[in-house]
Design a protein around this ligand. Structure first.
Ligand code: PMP
Length: 375
């Protein structure tokens, strides 16, 4: 029977307790949300939703075509200009998602014959970028610049080093300065995914590359998503103008994809302008993360010290992680749950988002629920 193997896989997944299902979120959910990626609490901000609505009214429900045909509006170029200026890069290019932006950056900058050195903890979109790129990929240990240096030393010719700035599972930061130094020693380019850093790290949320003094460098390219701190949807690649021009001409997920929806561009631009006006939001997300971590630790829970707004709590097993998250939900708290195959065996986690708009009482309540439901 066609697709018969799917049933076998489904059975194995059921037996391992790893089935995933979709749970539609009602518009007026009563749950306290520590599961979303809305780090700055901007997704529902009136200026952001109005930015989306105004853009849709002006430019339409969709961008109507690929960026090189009809899908580039004045709104797209405005957003690109302001994102580049905010993050400290020469130029920017927006994509329909952060996933597409990562595929573009890695495939267009690590072509055939080049070496791509990739951190073992990188996000799936960077991993897929490495798979699609025709360069040879060498995966190195997590946050290990010495291994990066060794990998680069074995290769003659062009090379890039690819790393998340903040890793999505544990919320820890990459050693960006050391990676940049290793790249410079070997004439390699550095490509970093700042999905969890933009809006949270650096002065006023300008991102991890800015904080590390790497923004605007000729050999550094950053990607980010517009779907987390900016409360919208879409992705961006930031870098030297000549690199961005190269992506316009060579990146398949740019050329063959429909341009970012105007509503998403309008929402992201409104959120960015809010952040420029209210830079405290970024610091507040970091403060909430620190407070969450401190309270969890005091409650005897094993939480990883957060470098940005992601707080990770270790669970004893995938099954217990799933049950723990479900018990939190029953008690009115939404938390993320990471387990295989999203993470390697042995590191199942609850993943908490330290939203800038959480109150002290909400933080206290979240920690109480997590403590009371622990396996
Ligand atoms: N990189 C990282 C580190 C992410 O966490 C995500 C989102 N899950 C992405 C890239 C993909 O971004 P998007 O959701 O905009 O496709």
């Amino acid at each position: 029977m066609a697709f018969g193997w799917i049933d076998e896989q489904a059975g194995a997944r059921r037996r391992a307790g790893l089935v995933r299902t979709l749970r539609p979120r009602p518009a007026d959910s009563p749950l306290l949300d520590l599961a979303s990626n809305d780090y700055l609490g901007l997704a529902h901000h009136p200026e952001v939703t109005e930015g989306a609505a105004r853009a849709a009214r002006t430019w339409g429900g969709g961008s109507t075509g690929s960026r090189l045909v009809t899908g580039t509006t004045e709104l797209h170029t405005e957003l690109e200009r302001e994102l580049a200026a905010f993050c400290g890069f020469e130029a920017a290019l927006v994509f329909s998602s952060g996933y597409a932006a990562n595929l573009a950056a890695v495939t267009a900058l690590g072509p055939h014959g080049s070496l791509i050195v990739s951190d073992a903890g990188n996000h799936a979109s960077l991993i897929d970028g490495c798979r699609l790129a025709r360069g040879g990929t060498q995966v190195v240990g997590h946050a290990d610049p010495e291994s990066v240096r060794k990998a680069l030393a074995t290769h003659e010719g062009t090379a890039i080093v690819v790393s998340d700035t903040v890793f999505s599972v544990d919320g820890d930061q990459a050693p960006l300065a050391a990676l940049a130094e290793a790249c410079r020693e070997h004439g390699a380019g550095l490509v970093v995914d700042d999905a969890h850093g933009l809006g949270v790290l650096g002065d006023g949320g300008r991102g991890a590359p800015y904080a590390a003094g790497l923004a605007g460098a000729g050999d550094v390219v950053a990607t980010a998503t517009l779907s987390k701190s900016l409360g919208s949807q879409g992705g961006v690649v930031l870098g030297p103008a000549r690199v961005i021009d190269h992506l316009v001409n060579a990146a398949r997920t740019f050329i063959f994809d429909t341009g970012l929806a105007p509503a998403a561009a309008g929402a992201a631009l409104a959120a960015l302008r809010l952040l420029v006006r209210e830079p405290r939001r970024a610091a507040r997300a970091r403060e909430v993360a620190a407070e969450l971590h401190a309270r969890l630790t005091t409650a005897g829970l094993e939480a990883v010290r957060p470098d940005a707004a992601v707080v990770s709590v270790r669970a004893p097993s995938p099954e217990q992680a799933v049950r723990w998250a479900a018990d939190c939900r029953t008690a009115g708290l939404a938390v993320g749950c990471f387990r295989p195959p999203s993470v390697p065996d042995g590191i199942s986690r609850l993943r908490l988002t330290a939203r800038a708009d959480l109150s002290g009482t909400e933080i206290e309540r979240a920690v109480r629920v997590i403590g009371e439901t622990r396996p």
